[in-house]
Write a protein that binds this ligand. Structure first.
Ligand SMILES: [Zn+2]
Length: 243
């Protein structure tokens, strides 16, 4: 393969653009934030399930408190009625019965109020647990929203980079002989495509070439397209190649 030294140097632009295209393509397909966003979505499901459980516990406590309050109201009504009857009655036996019932009702009310206090404490704990869980979910949602936005921006930036590099690559490829571009493309399938030979080192694989290899390169013409004996990429020679 023959190509002018200038065209050979242009292959370095092509290789750099191909590297940018590959990197941008990878970045737009797999933004760095994607894995964490998936993790947060899974985490939110677990947190939401736990919140449902906590809300259930709180609802149960609220219902129980309501039941106790209505029981207290019933006891109060019954005690008021008994007190009124006691005022009116002149029957000693009936009065004794009413007094007995009023005392039982007072005891019952005291028990109910103790139970109410206990439930109110449970309700307070349940409220605090619900609030803490909701705060945790809000934090998770905030991080998820922030990372999603960052991921979208990264994908948009990578897409713009990919489009720009693809346009530039087409322009560079068009300015070069078609057979040289085809040769480069074949070589690029299994190497970095084209690289500079700088101070006896291939910039594609960073290997220092042996004396024998350098001797062979010295014997090549400037317009010979040569390849690195180590990695197979096209070696672009300049004054700084160390030949
Ligand atoms: Zn190499």
């Amino acid at each position: 393969m023959k190509a002018s030294p200038a065209d050979q140097r242009r292959l370095l632009d092509l290789a750099a653009l191909d590297a940018t295209i590959r990197q941008a393509d990878e970045a737009r397909r797999n933004p760095a934030q994607a894995a964490r966003v998936q993790e947060l979505l899974a985490q939110r499901q677990v947190l939401s399930a736990e919140l449902s459980r906590l809300l259930g516990t709180r609802d149960d406590a609220q219902a129980e408190l309501k039941r106790l309050e209505s029981d207290v109201a019933l006891v109060d009504a019954r005690a008021s009625r008994d007190a009124a009857l006691l005022q009116k009655t002149s029957n000693a036996k009936e009065a004794q019965g009413l007094e007995h019932e009023i005392a039982s009702l007072a005891k019952r009310k005291s028990d109910l109020e103790d139970a109410e206090l206990e439930i109110m404490e449970r309700l307070e704990t349940a409220d605090a647990e619900v609030a803490a869980q909701e705060a945790l979910i809000a934090t998770t949602n905030d991080e998820g929203a922030r990372l999603s936005a960052e991921g979208k921006a990264a994908v948009a930036a990578a897409t713009a980079r990919w489009e720009g590099a693809t346009r530039d690559r087409a322009a560079v490829a068009e300015s070069l002989p078609a057979d040289l571009v085809a040769h480069y493309a074949r070589v690029a399938e299994r190497s970095s495509g084209a690289a500079l030979l700088l101070r006896r080192t291939c910039e594609g694989c960073h290997m220092v070439l042996s004396g024998t290899d350098l001797q062979a390169l010295r014997q090549a013409w400037d317009d010979d397209v040569v390849t690195c004996p180590e990695c197979g990429c096209i070696l672009v020679r300049t004054d700084e190649s160390g030949l």
